[in-house]
Write a protein that binds this ligand. Structure first.
Ligand code: FES
Length: 1003
C-alpha cells in the first residue's frame, strides 16, 4: 500500500506493508534518531511526537500516522558549526542534556528529549515531579534519571527566558580530607530556580593537583551527536540488499534434535538461507568474551544437535524482510527427543542427575567436570580457617540467596555483517569486546583473523551483556551462506530467553568473632548457577569471593594473617546461561557478607559502622586473595595502597543524617517519606509505616593484573589537534571522554582538540575491551603513555624552533595549545604541526603505546539507604540512597557521578524488584519490560553521590575504577535498613513485599 507520512514538515510517499510499524517506516526513511527498544513500546526508545504528543512508533502502524504531523529528534537543532552556513545551534533541551551530563549511552536520549519537549510546549514551568512523569515512559538503564531531570528543568528555565543560564558555571563542591563533613546537600543551591542540581561532592586528596582538564566536568566527546540522534549506533545503517536474520529457538529445556527438515522454509519466497547444525562446521568454543586462553570450559556450538534450555538455538534464517524470516521459522519441522531437565542448581550435582554436556568435543578448564554438571569448582584457603573458628567466642552461620537478573540495556544485541570489496568479513556490532569477537569467531567461521574486521559503533548500553560473543556468529554464518549483508537484531523477548544474565547463587556464610568484635575467620560457600553454558562461570564466581570476602580481614594479629575461605561449585542447569553483568559476581557476594556483618554487629551489641571499620582492610595491607587466587593462574601478592573507607563513612553518614536517625525510635516511627526523603508533618503519621536506615561497605577491583591490556595511538594534525585512536570501548560510560581528557592534559590542549575514535580492529590498537572496571585505568594509562611520546616529539621540535639546544627540550611545558620555554618564549602547536608536516625534517608526529598493570587497586565505598516499610503489606519504599566512593582521583566528576547514579539505580532493581524466573518446564516467566520491571524516572528515590579522593600511586593521575562499585552495596544497605525499620531479616533478594510480609508474619 502507498501512504503519505509527514515527518518534520516533509511529506514522504511511502510504499509499505499493511502490517509495517511506524517505527520501521520512519527508520526506512533514514530518521535513525528513533530507536528500537522493544516491540510493545515499553522501553519508550521509539518515542516520536504525533501532533505534538508522545507516541510509541513501534506499537502503531505506519498507516495510522497518515494525515498527522510526526516530529523526530532530527527536527530539533543542529551542530553549531556548519561551515559558512549560519545555524541556530542545538535546541535548549539538547544543549541542557549535553551540559548537564544527562547522556550516557545516548540510546534513550532522543526519546527523552521529545517527551520533555511535549511537556515544555504544554507547560513551560513544570515541577520536578511533572518532569519525571513526562519522561517516565522512556526507560533509561544508564543514568538514574537525575541528570536528565536536571537538564529538562534547566532547559525550561532557558526557554522561559527567566534565567540566564551560564552553561559553564557548574560549581563543584570541593572539600578536602581535612574538612569536617557536613550534612549539606551538595546539590542544594539556595535561591537557585533549578531545584535539582546534580553536582557530586568531591573531597579532594592532599596529593591532588590542579590540572587543565583532568578533574574537570568536561562534556562527553560524543554528546553532541547523540543528542541529535545521529546515526551512531550499529543498526543505524542501510546497506543495499540487506537480509534480516531470525533464529528458531528451542521450546524444550533439554532435548536432542532427532530430525530437522528445513525444506519448506527454504522454498518460501524471500528466504535466502536456512541453516541448521548439519549445514555449518561443528566448532566447540566459548561465547565468553575474555582474553586468550578463555578461562573456562569450551562447551558451545553455533548450532548443535542438542538443545539445553528453552530458547537455545535450533536454526537460523535470512530473508528479505523480518516478516518473511519469522514466517520461515514456522515452516521448519523439528523432531525432538525430550530429555529430563535440571532447573534447580541443587539438583545438578546429584549422582543420578542427567548430564547436560555429554558432547565429546567438550574441553575442560581447571576443575570443570561435565560428568558432575560442574562448569567450575573453586577453593581458596587463606590462613588457617579452622584455627580461626576455634579461636572465636561466637560463630555465626546463615544462608542467603541472590537471583538471576538481566542487564536490560535498552539497545538490544545487534550486529550487521557483510563482505567488503576485498572479501573480508566486516562485523559491525554492538560489543564491549571487538578484538575478542574477531579472535574468537575466526575458528567458528573458518576464517583467518586477518580476514575479519570488527567495527564497534556507539553502544546503547552493555553492562557486561555485550562482553559476550553472543550472536555475531549468526549473521556472519548467514553472510557466508548468502554472500549478502545481514542484520540480526534481538527482539526484547530474545534478550530475556537468549542472552546472558547475572549468576543466581545460594550462599552460606560462617564467621567467627571474638568478644571484642575481632573477626577470627570468615567462610563463604557459593552454589552458583551458570545455566546451560559455562561462559564466565569460573571468573564471575571467583570474583564473588575475591572481592566480597577480601574486605574484612579481622583486627590485631589477624590483620597480618587473615583466615578466609571461599569455595564454590558452579553448576550447569537447563536454564538460559548466566554471564558477565556489571559488578561481575561481586554484588552476589556483598548481599550475604554485608547482611551477615549487620546481624553479627547487632547480635553482639556493636555499632554496625564501628564493627565493620574495626575489621576492614587498611592501607599497606595485602589484598588477602592476591596471595591465593588469580583466575586460574599463578597468584601474585599485591599490597593495597589506598583505602578511603573511613572518610567515605564520615562523609556518607553526615550526608544521610545517620547520627540523627540510627537508633532513633521517634524518627523510625515517622510517617512515609516524600520524594525527597523529608518526613511528613506528625499529623499525617501513619502507624503502619516504619522508617529504617542501613549501611553497607564494599570494595571492588580495577582491571585484571598482568592480563588486561589496552593500547592507544595519537597522531598530530596540521592545526595542532590530535586523533586519539583507542581499542577501548565506550559503552556509554564516558570512557572516550576521560581518555581524551588525560591525553589532552599531557599535550596541553583543550579536550575538543582530541578527536577520539573507538574502535575498529583494522585501525585502532588492541584493547581487551570494556570490562572489569579497567578502561580509565588501563586504557587511560596507554593513552597517557602515547601522549607522552607525542609530547616529547613536540618539545624537541619546539626547542629547535625556539633556538634552544636539544637538551633543553625537557624544560618546555605544553599548555594552552602552546609549547612554552622556561624563558617565556613560546610557539603554538599549530606552528609546530605545520613545521613538522611541511617545512623542516618532515615527520608525522605520533605515538603508540600500550599498558598492562601489575596491580588491581580496589576502589572502596560506603553505601547508605533509607527506607520506609509498610508493616501491613510488606511494601518497601526506598527513600534515599547516598554513596560515598573512593575511586581515586576523579578525572571527570560529571561522567563519574553519572556512573554512580546509574549503577545505584540498577542495584536498586536488584535489591527490590528484578528477577528472572522459570516455570516447571523451564519457560521464562519474565519476557518483556512489563513483567521485568526496571526503575522509571517517576519511581526513583533521592540519590546522592560523594567522591572521596585518594591518589592511587600506580596510575599517572591517581585514578581507580568507578563503574562497577555502585552495584555492590545498595541491596545489603536496603536489607539492613529494613532490619532497622522492622527488626526483620530478609535473606533473599529481591526483597519483594511478599517476602517482607512473610518474614514479618513469622517473626
Ligand atoms: S543513556 Fe539512557 S539508556 Fe543509556
Amino acid at each position: 500500500m502507498n501512504i503519505t507520512l509527514t515527518i518534520n514538515a516533509t511529506k514522504h510517499e511511502v510504499e509499505c506493508a499493511p502490517s509495517e510499524t511506524l517505527l520501521a517506516a520512519i527508520r526506512r526513511l533514514a530518521y535513525f534518531g528513533v530507536k528500537f527498544g522493544d516491540e510493545q513500546g515499553l522501553s519508550g526508545a521509539d518515542t516520536v511526537l504525533l501532533d505534538g504528543k508522545p507516541v510509541n512508533a513501534g506499537s502503531m502502524l505506519a498507516a495510522q500516522a497518515e494525515g498527522h504531523n510526526i516530529v523526530t529528534i532530527e527536527a530539533l537543532g543542529e551542530h553549531p558549526e556548519q561551515g559558512w552556513k549560519k545555524t541556530e545551534g542545538l535546541h535548549p533541551l539538547q544543549h541542557a542534556f549535553v551540559e548537564s551530563g544527562a547522556i550516557q549511552c545516548g540510546y534513550c536520549t532522543p526519546a527523552q528529549i521529545l517527551a520533555a519537549k511535549a511537556l515544555l510546549d504544554r507547560k513551560p514551568n513544570p515541577s520536578e515531579d511533572e518532569v519525571r512523569d513526562a519522561i517516565a515512559g522512556v526507560l533509561c538503564r544508564c543514568t538514574g534519571y537525575l541528570k536528565p531531570v536536571q537538564a529538562v528543568l534547566k532547559a525550561a528555565a532557558v526557554l522561559r527566558g527567566d534565567e540566564p543560564v551560564n552553561w559553564d558555571s557548574v560549581n563543584w563542591d570541593l572539600g578536602s580530607w581535612g574538612d569536617k563533613p557536613t550534612g549539606d546537600q551538595p546539590g542544594d543551591v539556595p535561591g537557585d530556580q533549578i531545584n535539582v542540581m546534580t553536582r557530586p561532592k568531591v573531597v579532594v586528596t592532599p596529593q591532588t593537583q590542579t590540572y587543565q582538564t583532568v578533574g574537570k566536568p568536561e562534556k562527553k566527546v560524543d554528546a553532541v551527536k547523540l543528542v541529535q540522534g545521529k546515526p551512531a549506533f550499529t543498526a543505524d545503517i542501510d546497506i543495499r540488499g540487506m537480509l534480516y536474520a531470525r533464529v528458531l529457538r528451542s521450546p524444550h529445556a533439554h532435548a536432542r534434535i532427532k530430525k530437522i527438515d528445513a525444506s519448506k522454509a527454504k522454498e518460501l519466497k524471500g528466504v535466502a538461507a536456512v541453516l541448521t547444525w548439519q549445514d555449518i562446521p561443528r566448532v566447540v568454543y566459548s561465547t565468553a568474551g575474555q582474553s586468550d586462553p578463555i578461562p573456562g570450559p569450551l562447551d558451545a556450538f553455533s548450532l548443535d544437535n542438542k538443545v539445553r534450555f528453552v530458547g537455545d538455538r535450533v536454526a537460523m534464517v535470512a530473508a528479505e524482510s523480518p516478516e518473511i524470516a519469522e514466517k520461515a521459522l514456522t515452516l521448519i519441522d523439528v523432531e525432538y527427543e525430550v530429555l529430563d531437565a535440571i532447573l534447580d542448581s541443587r539438583e545438578a550435582m546429584k549422582p543420578d542427575a542427567i548430564r547436560i554436556h555429554d558432547e565429546p568435543e567438550f574441553v575442560n578448564f581447571a576443575d570443570s567436570d561435565p560428568d558432575k554438571n560442574l562448569a567450575a569448582h573453586i577453593r581458596i584457603d587463606i590462613g588457617d580457617v579452622e584455627k580461626g573458628f576455634a579461636e572465636a567466642d561466637e560463630i555465626f552461620e546463615a544462608e542467603y540467596e541472590v537471583p538471576k537478573v538481566q542487564q536490560a540495556h535498552i539497545e538490544p544485541h545487534v550486529c550487521v555483517t557483510y563482505w567488503d570489496e576485498d572479501d573480508r568479513l566486516v562485523i559491525r556490532t554492538s560489543t564491549q569486546v571487538p578484538f575478542h569477537v574477531r579472535r574468537m569467531l575466526a575458528p567458528v567461521l573458518r576464517l583467518p583473523v586477518k580476514r575479519i574486521r570488527v567495527i564497534k559503533p556507539r553502544i546503547g548500553g552493555g553492562f557486561g551483556g555485550k562482553q559476550e560473543v553472543l550472536m555475531e556468529d549468526v549473521p556472519a554464518h548467514l553472510t557466508i551462506a548468502t554472500k549478502r549483508p545481514v542484520i540480526y537484531e534481538y527482539t526484547r523477548e530474545e534478550e530475556f530467553i537468549g542472552a546472558r544474565s547475572r549468576h543466581p547463587m545460594k550462599i552460606k556464610m560462617k564467621t567467627g568473632v571474638k568478644r571484642d568484635g575481632t573477626i577470627t575467620a570468615n567462610e563463604m560457600y557459593a552454589l552458583s548457577d551458570t545455566g546451560a553454558y559455562g561462559c564466565h562461570a569460573l571468573t564471575v564466581t571467583g570474583n564473588t569471593g575475591h572481592k566480597a570476602m577480601a574486605l574484612y580481614v579481622g583486627d590485631g594479629e589477624y590483620r597480618k594473617s587473615p583466615n578466609i575461605r571461599f569455595y564454590a561449585d558452579v553448576v550447569y542447569t537447563n536454564t538460559p546461561p548466566a554471564g558477565a553483568f556489571r559488578g561481575y559476581g561481586v554484588p552476589q557476594g556483598y548481599w550475604p557478607v554485608e547482611r551477615h556483618m549487620e546481624k553479627i554487629a547487632r547480635a553482639m551489641g556493636f555499632d554496625p559502622i564501628d564493627f565493620r571499620l574495626k575489621n576492614a582492610i587498611r592501607p599497606g595491607e595485602y589484598h588477602p586473595f592476591s596471595t591465593a587466587w588469580n583466575e586460574g593462574r599463578e597468584p601474585r601478592p599485591e599490597i593495597v595502597h589506598t583505602v578511603g573507607l573511613e572518610q567515605c563513612v564520615a562523609q556518607g553518614r553526615a550526608a544521610i543524617g545517620w547520627d540523627d536517625k540510627y537508633g532513633n525510635e521517634e524518627w523510625r516511627n515517622a510517617s512515609s517519606s516524600g520524594f525527597d526523603g523529608t518526613s511528613q508533618p506528625s499529623a499525617q503519621r501513619e502507624p503502619h509505616l516504619r522508617k529504617g536506615i542501613g549501611i553497607a561497605m564494599v570494595m571492588q577491583g580495577t582491571a585484571i593484573p598482568y592480563l588486561d591490556m589496552g593500547g592507544a595511538s595519537i597522531k598530530m594534525n596540521d592545526d595542532g589537534s590530535f586523533n586519539l585512536l583507542v581499542g577501548a570501548t565506550d559503552l556509554g560510560t564516558g570512557s572516550d571522554t576521560v581518555l581524551a581528557q588525560m591525553a589532552a592534559e599531557v599535550l596541553g590542549v583543550p579536550i575538543e582538540d582530541m578527536i577520539t575514535y573507538s574502535s575498529d580492529t583494522d585501525f585502532t590498537p588492541f584493547d581487551k575491551g570494556a570490562y572489569a572496571s579497567s578502561t580509565t585505568y588501563i586504557s587511560g594509562t596507554a593513552a597517557v603513555n602515547a601522549a607522552k611520546i607525542v609530547a616529547e616529539r613536540i618539545k624537541i621540535r619546539a626547542a629547535a624552533m625556539l633556538g634552544l639546544s636539544e637538551s633543553e627540550y625537557s624544560n618546555i611545558r605544553l599548555s594552552n595549545r602552546q609549547a612554552i620555554a622556561p624563558n617565556g618564549k613560546s610557539v603554538s602547536l599549530t606552528e609546530i604541526a605545520l613545521n613538522a608536516l611541511h617545512k623542516e625534517n618532515q615527520e608525522q608526529i605520533m605515538g603508540v603505546a600500550s599498558y598492562v598493570s601489575p596491580v588491581s587497586p580496589p576502589p572502596f565505598a560506603a553505601q547508605f539507604a533509607e527506607v520506609t516499610v509498610d508493616v501491613e503489606t510488606g511494601a518497601v519504599t526506598v527513600d534515599k540512597l547516598v554513596m560515598a566512593v573512593d575511586s581515586g582521583v576523579i578525572v571527570n566528576p560529571l561522567t563519574a557521578s553519572g556512573q554512580i547514579e546509574g549503577g545505584m539505580t540498577q542495584a536498586l532493581g536488584y535489591a527490590v524488584c528484578e528477577e528472572m524466573r522459570y516455570d516447571e518446564k523451564g519457560n521464562a516467566i519474565e519476557r518483556d519490560l512489563d513483567r521485568y520491571h526496571i526503575f522509571r524516572a517517576d519511581e526513583m528515590p533521592a540519590l546522592e553521590t560523594i567522591f572521596v579522593e585518594t591518589f592511587e600511586p600506580s596510575h599517572p593521575f591517581g585514578v581507580k575504577a568507578v563503574a562497577e562499585i555502585p552495584m555492590d552495596g545498595v541491596a545489603p544497605a536496603v536489607g539492613n535498613a529494613i532490619l532497622d525499620a522492622v527488626g526483620a531479616d530478609v535473606d533473599e533478594i529481591p526483597v519483594t513485599p511478599e517476602k517482607v510480609w512473610k518474614v514479618l508474619r513469622n517473626k
